[in-house]
Design a protein around this ligand. Structure first.
Ligand code: IYT
Ligand code: CU
Ligand code: CU
Length: 316
């Protein structure tokens, strides 16, 4: 096993006067057990605004189950890496996902002319890398891990700004043994147009399928639908579906309570559940909003018209 420690100082390499790349990677870690989550914060390497235009994953397939990259203002620690399993989180303030890599899933590409805006003015002064290490038996040889992601960045203003719209259920209760429970989320959209290009679903063990839609003039159009039991990366969204003022954005998570002997609530442990549908979009930079969310349940009447596919589990 090669030694990765020599390249763990945060590296910023300029390729010309406005393009540079930044290595975000673990400082040579050995996870203490299987299913360990480790986090590390990195200051955004510029006081001016900058734009992430590409992500290049550098993860070792044998050990890394998934990686997430967040942006925020106040990470839990700025000195070294920390254990960020269910108790300690990533950031003291609200974090936003900007990248997800999961083993055996295709990597996300940003469309041309689209960048994530970072830097002091953007409310994002730190990156936090979170890595879920799977089977630790791969560390029997005592090597150290430096997995992470390289960011291609530019100081050139981009015509379109990338952002995340998160739909999340907050009060779902799944009854033990009950075959089907839906978690429904819907909000009216009242801002400038967004153009979804990728989506990510997240539940824990009980989720069967998560589907996200735009509703315009009563017509439901699919943004994306995936099994949360498949690698939880960003998958390509249905490109035909933009969202504009007056539309409704909605999502449904289909859960089963089969195999459980007590009620399951929304929460942070793997015995709890979550229902998340993330939309990665771009927006004209003139009026860009980098982060939005929706936690409303929507009306029963609205969800009577959800397409049948949202109730059809995806086999894995
Ligand atoms: C209660 C819940 O659903 N938590 C989710 C969504 C969430 C993400 C972020 C909530 C907040 C955030 O700042 I970023 I407040 C949740 O924790 N999802 C996990 C990760 O922790 C991001 C996931 O993998 O989607
Ligand atoms: Cu994982
Ligand atoms: Cu979760």
């Amino acid at each position: 096993p090669s030694d990765c420690m020599s390249r763990t100082k945060q590296q910023q390499v300029f390729t010309n006067s406005h393009n540079f790349s930044v290595d975000i990677q673990m400082p040579g870690v050995v996870p203490s057990g299987s299913d360990t989550y480790l986090c590390m914060a990195f200051p955004v390497p510029t006081s001016q605004d900058a734009y992430i235009v590409d992500f290049i994953p550098r993860a070792s397939m044998e050990t890394v189950h998934h990686m997430l990259l967040f942006g925020c203002q106040t990470p839990v620690s700025t000195s070294s890496y920390w254990d960020c399993g269910s108790v300690q989180g990533t950031c003291e303030d609200e974090a936003s996902i900007i990248y997800a890599w999961a083993r055996n899933a295709p990597p996300t590409k940003l469309p041309r002319d689209v960048g994530f805006k970072v830097g002091r003015n953007s409310g994002m002064s730190y990156f936090v890398l979170q890595i879920h290490y799977g089977d630790v038996s791969a560390f029997r040889d005592h090597h150290r891990d430096c997995s992470g992601v390289a960011l291609r960045m530019t100081s050139k203003p981009q015509p379109f700004i990338a952002g995340i719209y998160l739909l999340m259920a907050v009060d779902t209760v799944i009854l033990p043994g009950k075959r089907v429970t839906n978690a429904d989320i819907a909000c009216d959209y009242t801002s400038y147009p967004i153009y979804p290009f990728a989506f990510r679903t997240h539940t824990h063990h009980l989720g069967k399928v998560v589907s996200g839609y735009r509703i315009r003039d009563g017509k439901w159009s699919l943004i994306g639908r995936q099994s949360p039991q498949l690698p939880q990366a960003f998958y390509p969204a249905n490109k035909e579906v933009n969202v504009k003022y007056g539309d409704t954005i909605a999502a449904r998570c289909l859960f089963t309570g089969e195999g459980r002997t007590s009620k399951t609530y929304i929460g942070g442990t793997s015995d709890d559940e979550m229902c998340n549908f993330y939309i990665m979009y771009y927006m004209d930079s003139k009026h860009a909003i980098p982060y939005m969310n929706c936690m409303e349940t929507g009306s029963r009447e609205l969800f009577q018209h959800i397409p049948a596919e949202a109730n059809t589990p995806i086999a894995v």
